[in-house]
Design a protein around this ligand. Structure first.
Ligand code: G6P
Length: 367
């Protein structure tokens, strides 16, 4: 196995380090002469204009990418989006009308609930699109159309590179839809494409700071609970950061919409409780900072992830990780990197079986 891990101690670390390539490979074949071309979508501009609702259906981390892109499809392309975990969607008798597009996101393409949700959507006669990593998998074969993420084989149970590829695939789709529907200007598209192309190098840079995060992570090995807070896309990032941590380190952790804290979770904050605050959305920065103050007042130890330049956060947070500037819609792709590294090093520090956490499977093919 040592050879397969390419010199890394774990597949997870190897796969985290493959993310710059994964992102590049998923984006670059779909940008031609400064335009987004997603031939496999097989949809005319007319059909794209007629989409009146998107349903994103997935499980686990794939669901978190959909939760992120809801903000993007709605914010940028102004298409209403519903996001469901597949095991809920398939049993809730959703309203699927003409003009709906059901997007199923899955690394393996074999997750039982996601496949069942796809089959239900097809039976109900709506258009389906799979965003899938494994070529020729069940979801890839059965969806009307398939957009592949080019992450290559992923071995570690906790997904990292497939997650990153799913995110950028959805950015491309959202920009394409926004453009066809006249919701963004050519200049805005040009700027977003430039930001997209910068992501691989920015991710590379964040990965290169791993020793710093390792040192910091070692302080959390004895933690019993960790809370992740954020607003908007930062809430979506928090959900994935929290899932990564709990699945591999077995530390109880919860993600909370920062503004919702005072309706419950804040009662759990005690002296020294670690809180990870994600604050990449500049429009929400002040609001999130006030939530950081709330938990600090109750004794929390706060690690913040924010954009370069937001140094005022240092007045409240105990430890700050900066991510480089990008379009606010793409922040998840950068902010998740330190959170993946953090989870990884906490789990390694605790001596956990990082690549094969107890009770979890890479691909859940039973309901
Ligand atoms: C399992 C994996 C997760 C993954 C989820 C959905 O729970 O451990 O990492 O996000 O299944 O898998 P899929 O293959 O459908 O993306």
């Amino acid at each position: 196995h040592a050879a397969e891990k390419g010199g890394y101690e774990h597949f997870m670390l190897k796969e985290m380090n493959e993310q710059p390539k994964t992102i590049r490979d998923t984006i670059s074949p779909r940008i031609k002469d400064g335009r987004i071309v997603i031939d496999e979508l097989g949809m005319s501009d007319e059909e794209i204009r007629n989409i009146n609702r998107i349903h994103i259906v997935a499980c686990g981390s794939a669901y978190h990418t959909g939760f992120t892109s809801k903000y993007i499809f709605e914010g940028m392309a102004r298409i209403p989006v519903e996001v469901d975990v597949a095991s809920e969607f398939r049993y809730r008798n959703p309203i699927l009308e003409d003009g709906a597009l059901v997007i199923i996101i899955s690394q393996s393409g074999e997750t039982a609930d996601s496949l069942a949700a796809l089959r239900m959507a097809k039976e109900r006669g709506v258009k389906t699109l799979g965003i899938v990593n494994v070529v020729g998998s069940s979801i890839a074969r059965e969806a009307d159309k398939v957009m592949y993420t080019w992450a290559g084989p992923e071995i570690a149970v906790a997904t990292t590179k497939a997650y990153s590829a799913q995110l950028v695939a959805q950015y491309l789709l959202a920009i394409k839809f926004a453009q066809v529907r006249g919701k963004v200007t050519e200049a805005e598209v040009g700027e977003m494409l430039r930001d997209l192309k910068k992501l691989p190098d920015q991710v590379e840079m964040l990965l290169s700071h791993k020793e710093k995060i390792q040192k910091f992570a070692n302080r959390f090995i004895a933690a019993k609970d960790i809370f992740f807070i954020g607003r908007g896309i930062d809430y979506a990032i928090s959900m994935e950061g929290s899932l990564k941590l709990k699945e591999i380190s077995y530390i109880h952790s919860e993600a909370y919409a920062a503004g919702e804290l005072k309706h419950g979770t804040i009662s759990l904050i005690e002296d020294g409780t670690p809180v990870v605050a994600v604050a990449t959305q500049d429009a929400l920065l002040k609001k999130t900072i006030s939530n950081i103050v709330e938990v600090k007042t109750r004794g929390a130890f706060v690690m913040a992830v924010t954009n370069e330049g937001n140094t005022e956060i240092e007045k409240t947070a105990d430890y700050v990780i900066y991510i480089p500037q990008t379009n606010a819609y793409f922040a998840n792709s950068l902010a998740i990197i330190p959170l993946q590294l953090f989870s990884y090093y906490v789990a390694v520090g605790k001596g956990c079986d990082v690549d094969k956490p107890r009770n979890l499977a890479k691909s859940v093919t039973v309901e």
